[in-house]
Design a protein around this ligand. Structure first.
Ligand code: ATP
Ligand code: MG
Length: 420
């Protein structure tokens, strides 16, 4: 019969990669807690409308990447493609804006996008998501960069670039839109189909196109960065000053825009040349209009998302200290009864004990212990039980000794011998 496999772009995560995921989560918790963030668990499934209204209907995510379906009740639902939308919904639904001056929240979990799977790009992937509501001052923008820096230091990742830009506010974007439309009007024939559509809906998004020809066109284009209003320029200058104050190097990339419509002012991406084509492994920015647009009070917002799979790809291989282990070889029914006693004692003392579930010959059990690379073997057969002893064999030195068959004594010897 044909074996059932995972869906395309969906994966099992295990072994070394899972270990890295755990380390990432631990490092993240350490610094997010230090900086006053608390965790929220959000639903994976939400109304499609939530993502359409936040992310924007002219974005790749909403246009073609969401897992959307109509449920039995006739509602259009979508698997979350990112977490900011749900965070904003939660912020409003839970009424946090009414009880807190500022809100620092984070979440970790799977996200879903119907993209063409390739290295570092999956249909189910994981993000750490960080959001701050209620701070318009650029000090928080810099603080988030500082948190990212500490987090990456903790994971021993040092080869990356922090690319930053400002995409302005409604005012500067509105006046720049005219300039941009004028420029692209003469270059329409060079743009891809997607960008022709972007030209109608949000011409800034053309800067995010991965098509080589479109990249060449935008190379000659006027830049929003050069048309920022005074407020946005001051905000960006202060942000840069604060980041420098934290002792962190950033690179201004005036062509950086993000694939979601809600961003205003500061945007950033953390990229690494070690990742190949999908080089961004964290990204984020400010969204000062979003909460109001979603029906809440005017509230500034800023956040970022970490692509956990891509981050794990950057983590250095760990050299695990070999752990010393003990095998219990027991022959005969009476010895086998002792296994349960020993296993109970070892487990409560934190000593991992290996053994065979099947009743095998001593020779077979010794071969098994050797295969498992156990350092010590306790041997209990009828002879030993008669003499009220247990044999302890050291597999490295091949020497052995007899211990009294006393559980407390055995445990204390094992503890002693197995300590690194
Ligand atoms: P990309 O340019 O790679 O498509 P994006 O702009 O769509 O990224 P964001 O929406 O900003 O990505 O998500 C933040 C991070 O989540 C990315 O930097 C990346 O590390 C990760 N990410 C996004 N999509 C995927 C995916 N399909 N598979 C794995 N990781 C992803
Ligand atoms: Mg994408």
């Amino acid at each position: 019969m044909e074996k059932i496999r995972t869906l395309r772009g969906f994966r099992d995560i295990l072994g070394e990669e899972l270990g890295k995921f755990r380390d990432i989560e631990e490092a993240f918790r350490k610094y997010s807690t230090r900086l006053g963030f608390r965790q929220i668990e959000l639903p994976i499934l939400e109304k499609t409308e939530l993502f359409v209204r936040t992310i924007g209907d002219a974005t790749d995510i909403v246009e073609k990447e969401m897992f959307t379906f109509i449920d039995a009740g006739g509602d259009s639902l979508s698997m979350r493609p990112e977490a900011t939308a749900g965070m904003v919904r939660s912020y409003l639904q839970e009424g946090l804006y009414a009880t807190e001056r500022l809100t620092k929240v984070c979440t970790i979990g799977p996200m879903f996008r119907h993209e063409r799977p390739q290295k570092g790009r999956y249909r189910e992937f994981h993000q750490i998501d960080v959001e701050v509501f209620g701070v318009k001052e650029p000090l928080i923008d810099a603080e988030l960069i500082f948190m990212i820096r500490m987090f990456l230091d903790e994971l021993d990742i040092s080869r990356y670039h922090i690319e930053v830009n400002s995409v302005g506010c409604k005012t500067c974007r509105e006046s720049f839109r005219g300039i941009l439309l004028e420029f692209f009007a003469t270059r329409k024939s060079e743009l891809c189909e997607d960008c022709l559509r972007r030209l109608e809906k949000n011409p800034l998004r053309i800067f995010d196109c991965k098509n080589q020809q479109c990249i060449r066109v935008t190379a000659d284009s006027p830049l929003l960065f050069n048309s920022l209003c005074d407020e946005c320029r001051d905000h960006f200058d202060l942000f840069q000053k604060y980041v420098t104050g934290f002792g962190i190097k950033i690179e201004v990339n005036k062509r950086l825009v993000r694939g979601l419509d809600y961003y205003t002012k500061t945007v950033f991406e953390i990229t690494s040349d070690d990742l190949g084509a999908q080089k961004a492994f964290m990204a984020g920015g400010r969204y000062d209009d979003l909460v109001e647009e979603m029906g809440g009070p005017a509230t500034a917002g800023i956040g970022f998302a970490v692509g956990v799979e891509r981050l794990a790809m950057l983590m250095p291989q760990k050299t695990e200290e070999p752990v010393r282990e003990c095998f219990f070889a027991c022959i005969g029914d009476r010895a086998h009864d002792y296994l349960i006693l020993l296993l109970k004692a070892c487990s409560s003392e934190g000593i991992p004990l290996k053994y065979s579930y099947e009743a095998k010959s001593l020779k077979a059990q010794m071969r098994y212990a050797d295969n498992l690379k156990c350092d010590l073997v306790l041997i209990l057969g009828d002879d030993e039980i008669e003499k009220n002893i247990v044999t302890l064999r050291d597999m490295t030195g091949k020497n052995q000794e007899e211990l009294p068959l006393n559980i407390d004594h055995i445990i204390s010897v094992l503890k002693n011998r197995l300590s690194p």
